[in-house]
Design a protein around this ligand. Structure first.
Ligand SMILES: *Cc1c(COP(=O)(O)O)cnc(C)c1O
Length: 365
């Protein structure tokens, strides 16, 4: 039996009629960018999260870049970001010519709140926790530290749509929450798309300008903006996907529960989950000593795995001028060397989980 790492086709097929109806509705409307579908999706997503504003943009990366910009963060300013993350969480800082300051991660593979205070300087402007793999970071502690030092908080929610910490949804704790709707994410479009959410009226207004050439009224360019807008076809399809997000999250949680209960192998360490967290398992990361051997073994048994992420951003080639060592952030370095993601998506079948579990339980290091 073969188990693919992900099959987007299945998600589409599952709600094919609804998606096609939504896409056709947008195509037939004659209005293709920032229209009624975008407006409705923004209202529905804000309502789902329980926030005042949702401002859609072109991608999760743009959501992050424009958020840093809207807060006026730029050259000379520092933003604290976890050492274990996807590079987009760092690009948004360097793109604004500010300086990332890395915090090592905890046993949950998330920003270590205990590491934060020693990293704060008089140049620190914001903390940027990343709710990686689908688990919200320890937000109550992070918010307390941010308040104490007067810092903004930008949440990278690209992997945690619908996940909660003490019943509160990721993206609703900080100043701004940034979402990606890249097709594989828990809430995925059929192309690039993203959004920023906030309860702050002035920031929401600023973001609406930033995404649209800095303009509210055509040809009146008030601030230095860019073009980062969501199109109507994506918004229409996202409205359908949002209507099914809770059932998809429930299904991924059920499948993850099977992995957690049934994988029994001393060579394979399962992910740890905070007791306050409702994890939505965008990914299912395990830790193994010899990753190459494990991935080869899995592939020989028909199971595709991936790594998230093999090179920590602080040692990425594009940032080689910083001269960091891998070992500067030992926990992040260990995850980058030993993490493997197992197949995990809402349309994965129980037979596929059973096969994957059996293969893993027979693995000998
Ligand atoms: C996917 C992702 C992003 C970037 O989102 P895009 O829509 O691909 O630009 C940012 N941060 C994290 C953690 C992500 O997983």
């Amino acid at each position: 039996m073969n188990v693919e790492f992900t099959i987007l086709q299945r998600g589409y097929q599952k709600h094919r009629e609804e998606f096609e109806e939504a896409a056709l509705r947008a195509l037939r409307s004659g209005w293709y960018i920032l229209g009624a579908e975008v407006e409705s999706f923004e209202k529905e997503f804000a309502g789902y999260l329980g926030v005042k504003h949702c401002i859609t943009v072109n991608s999760g990366t743009d959501a992050l870049i424009l958020s840093v910009r809207a807060l006026g963060i730029g050259p000379g300013d520092e933003v604290i970001v976890p050492a274990n993350t996807y590079i987009a969480s760092v690009i948004c800082i360097t793109e604004n010519e500010a300086t990332p300051v890395f915090a090592d991660v905890d046993e949950y593979m998330l920003m270590d709140a205990d590491a934060l205070e020693s990293l704060i300087t008089d140049r620190t402007k914001a903390i940027l926790p990343v709710h990686l793999y689908g688990q919200v970071s320890s937000m109550e502690r992070i918010m307390m530290i941010a308040k104490k030092h007067g810092l903004y908080v930008i949440e990278d929610c690209a992997q945690c749509h619908g996940a909660t910490f003490n019943q509160k949804k990721g993206g609703t704790f900080g100043t701004l929450g940034c979402f990606s709707f890249y097709p594989t994410k828990p809430l995925g479009a059929f192309g690039d798309a993203g959004a920023v959410v906030t309860n702050d009226d002035a920031l929401a207004e600023q973001l609406r300008l930033l995404r649209n050439y800095g303009s509210r009224v055509k040809y009146h360019n008030e601030i230095n903006g860019i073009n980062s807008r969501m199109d109507e076809v994506q918004a229409a399809c996202l409205r359908t996907a949002l209507a099914h997000l809770e059932e998809d999250n429930l299904e991924r949680r059920r499948l993850a529960e099977r992995y957690l209960n049934e994988i029994r192998n001393p060579f394979v360490q399962l992910p740890k989950i905070q007791k306050e967290a409702l994890h939505v398992f965008h990914l299912f990361p395990v830790i193994v000593d010899d990753r190459e051997a494990f991935q080869r073994y899995m592939l020989e048994n028909g199971i595709k795995t991936q790594v998230h992420y093999p090179i920590p951003p602080y040692v990425a080639d594009c940032y080689s001028g910083w001269n960091y060592d891998w070992e500067d952030y030992p926990a992040a370095a260990r995850f980058a060397r030993q993490e493997v993601s197992l197949p995990m998506y809402a349309t994965l079948t129980d037979e596929e989980i059973t096969h994957t579990v059996n293969v893993i339980n027979a693995y000998k290091n």
